[in-house]
Design a protein around this ligand. Structure first.
Ligand SMILES: [Zn+2]
Length: 292
């Protein structure tokens, strides 16, 4: 889930622009590696964003999957679907479920942890592949969580060590914990990290993804450009709060389109105390923000 800062600079001088056009627009990149991050498929939209480097599999251990097992699993999931399924079983640590729709076919890559899944899980998989509704997402998340040892056993280093929680200005854990208490009664379960720094000298960017949330990893990533003295705490919090909401709202399909920012999501977003302040600050500081 991408939270993308957009600033079309050639439009900047036009005075008739509505203020909102200069503001943060929340956008999604297709990110099939992420459980609820799948976009409503559309023709010509096949670009797959590579996973952030820090969650890339370091050494996926070869664990050959019997072709027969995969075929059986495909049939069992297919039984719960209307569309056609083409299943590949993988041992890819960074992608537990990925779904691509090509023509009328759902091409799904699935971690081998599902080989042993009970019928209830297979039903949810079928529903998730076609609809990705909140209920099936939740059931699958729980299943993945319960079977995460199958993934983590293979991790040479503890992933937590790769997280960069404490920045130079802001400690993301502290921000997260405060927001979690204040707005979610401590109910959000996620890890947080600063994203990777841009290599090379600072320059002006046209856009930047200020925050992302990966359902599969339950990981919120905040852009390191926000870890600077001139960026107020409430702005960093507004980005974090937005990403936390994605855990609450999932990505329901409405009229055939996946809705990441449903009306309910957007209403909840406004419950952030400094919502308007954050928008305004961003508008006034967009150039500085995009220089990193
Ligand atoms: Zn979002």
């Amino acid at each position: 889930m991408k939270n993308q800062l957009k600033y079309p600079s050639e439009e900047r001088s036009e005075s008739h622009l509505k203020p909102f056009q200069m503001q943060l627009t929340w956008q999604f990149d297709e990110m099939p590696r992420t459980l609820a991050r799948r976009r409503a498929p559309s023709p010509g939209r096949r670009a797959v964003k590579p996973a952030p480097r820090f969650v890339q599999p370091s050494l996926p251990l070869p664990q050959p999957v019997e072709e027969g097992d995969a075929a059986v699993l495909e049939r069992r999931i297919q039984a719960h679907m209307v569309g056609r399924l083409e299943l590949t079983v993988t041992d890819n640590r960074s992608s537990i479920i990925s779904v691509k729709r090509m023509g009328g076919v759902f091409k799904v890559r699935l971690h081998h942890m599902f080989l042993e899944a009970e019928p209830r899980i297979l039903r949810s998989l079928g529903r998730y592949i076609e609809k990705a509704d909140a209920e099936s997402s939740t059931i699958l998340e729980q299943y993945i969580e319960a079977h995460s040892s199958l993934i983590r056993e293979q991790t040479p280093a503890n992933r937590a060590e790769e997280l960069r929680i404490r920045g130079e200005v802001y400690d993301l854990q502290e921000l997260f914990d405060r927001l979690n208490r204040k707005y979610f009664s401590g109910g959000i379960k996620a890890r947080v990290t600063w994203g990777r720094e841009n290599p090379g000298p600072a320059r002006h960017h046209r856009t930047a993804k200020m925050g992302t949330y990966s359902v599969e990893d339950r990981l919120i990533t905040i852009h390191p450009a926000l870890d600077r003295q001139f960026v107020p705490r409430f702005f960093v919090e507004s980005v974090m709060y937005h990403e936390m909401l994605h855990q609450v709202y999932g990505a329901p399909v409405v009229n055939g389109r996946r809705q990441y920012h449903s009306p309910a999501f957007l209403a909840a977003e406004r419950r952030f105390e400094q919502f308007h302040m954050a928008r305004q600050w961003e508008q006034e500081n967009i150039n500085r923000l995009l220089y990193f």
